[in-house]
Design a protein around this ligand. Structure first.
Ligand SMILES: [Zn+2]
Length: 364
């Protein structure tokens, strides 16, 4: 199904009808142009939410793909297609795992929160549904996110947090002039060189056991009028930081402003905190996931907080214990995104084991 963000391409209807047959109570929560599925099977016990998204990023040039990016082409070993890894594969595996269960045996409530606004602005998706759940007084205990997390073998890596992200847009103004008369110009490119050196060499933090150190990447520099003998009037720079909870948006902002002020630069700057970092508490659910992976795969998983952002940051507001576990992330968002069929089978087995083990862990 072609479900380029924020279009769900009919995926939510498909999942809803599957869940309705299982006895789930479905609700479509619409915010702006975005449809979100909230579906719950109630029991007398804690609540586990499976969180996912059906929207995908565009395919890029279709002629570069080995197979139609929206056909779900199966070559016997792999399934190709945009969204197979990120993250319809994870959703499909969780549905198959659920299919093997007798829901009447569960002593916890199980819900699906599936959005179609994760790859886009993420303004009318999980964030709004979470607010609605909080408003309704729904207590969320555990959350499993099917985002791709695997490095080499399914289950080898799970995520219990994500870094935050800040976008910075900076404009430096100077004075345009003839390159032959340096005393008459104020070259913003020269002005910015020491600032760039400082922000790119700075050790923002060392990270911690689960978080890699904060990183900064300059993503765009634009200045100059195109002639060899003219210095520019202004310079535009964009950079992005991925930061751990050791830092905060405010701290990043103040340090950058301090650098700019100490260099005596004429500037305008705009900071956009597009994602807060989150770090889940580690409790019985993390233990259940770790044990289930060990039982199914016979190796120990690693806990990390690497990768881009995820909707876990919104779910974190509920106080739930959150674990992200899904297929390999290697090919996601690329040409020829694909998942290995055996990988999907293994992921289904792990999900199934988690559902069973959580039942044991929550038995009263
Ligand atoms: Zn995703």
């Amino acid at each position: 199904m072609k479900s380029i963000t924020p279009d769900d391409g009919g995926c939510l209807d498909y999942i809803s009808s599957f869940l309705a047959k299982k006895g789930f109570k479905n609700e479509i929560l619409t915010f702006g142009e975005v449809k979100n599925l909230w579906s719950i099977h109630k029991a007398d016990g804690p609540l586990l939410i499976f969180l996912g998204h059906v929207d995908v990023v565009p395919s890029g040039p279709e002629e570069k793909w080995s197979h139609d990016p929206f056909s779900g082409f199966d070559d016997g070993e792999y399934i190709y297609g945009r969204g197979t890894g990120d993250m319809k594969g994870g959703i499909g595996c969780f549905m198959s795992a659920l299919d093997r269960l007798n829901l009447e045996d569960l002593n916890y409530s199980l819900a699906f929160l599936i959005t179609s606004d994760e790859e886009g602005p993420s303004k009318d998706g999980t964030v709004k549904v979470v607010d609605e759940l909080i408003k309704r007084g729904e207590k969320v205990d555990y959350c499993l996110i099917g985002e791709p997390s695997t490095i080499r073998k399914v289950g080898d890596n799970i995520r219990v947090g994500r870094r935050g992200s800040v976008n910075v847009e900076l404009e430096i103004t100077g004075k345009q002039g003839h390159a032959a008369y340096p005393e008459k110009v104020d070259n913003p490119i020269h002005r910015i060189s020491s600032f760039l050196e400082k922000i790119t060499k700075k050790v923002w933090d060392e990270g911690n056991d689960h978080f890699p150190p904060t990183s900064l990447q300059v993503t765009n520099i634009n200045g100059g009028v195109g002639a060899h003998n003219v210095t520019p009037d202004n310079l535009l720079i964009k950079f992005n930081l991925r930061y751990s909870p050791q830092l905060s948006f405010e701290k990043i902002k103040s340090e950058i402003l301090e650098f700019l002020d100490s260099d005596g630069i004429n500037y305008k700057v705009d900071f956009d905190s597009n994602a807060e970092p989150y770090y889940s508490k580690l409790g019985i659910f993390t233990e259940v996931v770790k044990r289930s992976i060990k039982e199914q795969c016979e190796f120990d998983t690693t806990l990390s907080c690497s990768g881009g952002t995820s909707d876990g940051r919104f779910m974190n507001k509920t106080g739930a214990e959150i674990v992200e576990l899904g297929p390999k992330f290697e090919s996601i968002h690329k040409i020829d995104e694909k998942v290995e069929k055996i990988e999907l089978e293994r992921l289904t087995n792990i999900y199934h084991q988690i559902l069973i083990n959580l039942n044991d862990a929550t038995k009263r």
